[in-house]
Ligand binder design. Sequence first.
Ligand code: SAM
Length: 247
Amino acid sequence: MSDFWEERGKLDGILSVEPCADEADRKKEEKFRRQLLAWTTTLMQREQLLPANHLLDLGCGFGDIAAHLAPHCAKITMVDGSSSMIEQARATMGRTSHPSWTGAQSDLATFDAIDADVDLVYLGAVCMYLTEDEYAGLIARIAASGSRTVTIVQREYVAMNGGWTGTTEKGDYRSYRRAAGTYLELAARAGFTCSLLRYSSDMDIDRALRALGPVGRGLASVIRPIGRVARRGKKEGSSTFVLRRTR
Ligand SMILES: C[S@@+](CC[C@H](N)C(=O)[O-])C[C@H]1O[C@@H](n2cnc3c(N)ncnc32)[C@H](O)[C@@H]1O
């Protein structure tokens, strides 16, 4: 595992784990994190993925997403390649009263310890650190294991509207910028179909519409298409997609 993630996992209580996060503006980061967790949970509820039997959080970072989803999951397994990250994730889950969870250190390039009762997999900003072959291998192992019906919720920083794709390398840090479609194609080869694709701008629009209450519900059909048009100018951004497979 790269020193980058080992060192990052030693940072005390930094909620955001994105390398580009502005750590100086902690309040802003905490707010963003709260919004992301709430939005992800709502999205999972709308997709009828919660309550889940066994959540597998791969590349769990500090464990705040697993802890947030804990009330909705009977069992939770957190996995991260970095020993310092998984240590913090265990401490985060330890502060919940959840009765059935584990945290394991493992590299997702080879990870295959997927229990037969796993029905929900969360991949949060982690596959952008895997090669295409490593991603395809992981998705195929998820498809072959887990429950008969397994759903992956994946959040990834992606290229949009023909924006730059390629590899960023700094020391032993390496990340891959891909279009969301590349992930969907690779997942399709393992039998997954995409039932939902959302961008972070949708999160902002959802929040604004909710704040407007009944007025927002009335305006949704006008505001959402405007949001889609505005997004056409963006070359990169965060996307969340839902991948489903039934054996
Ligand atoms: C950007 S953070 C995302 C953390 C969390 N999932 C989230 O959504 O905020 C990426 C995490 O993936 C882990 N990671 C990166 N490459 C990995 C690999 N090959 N195997 C396992 N974990 C990896 C890092 O240690 C880090 O905790």
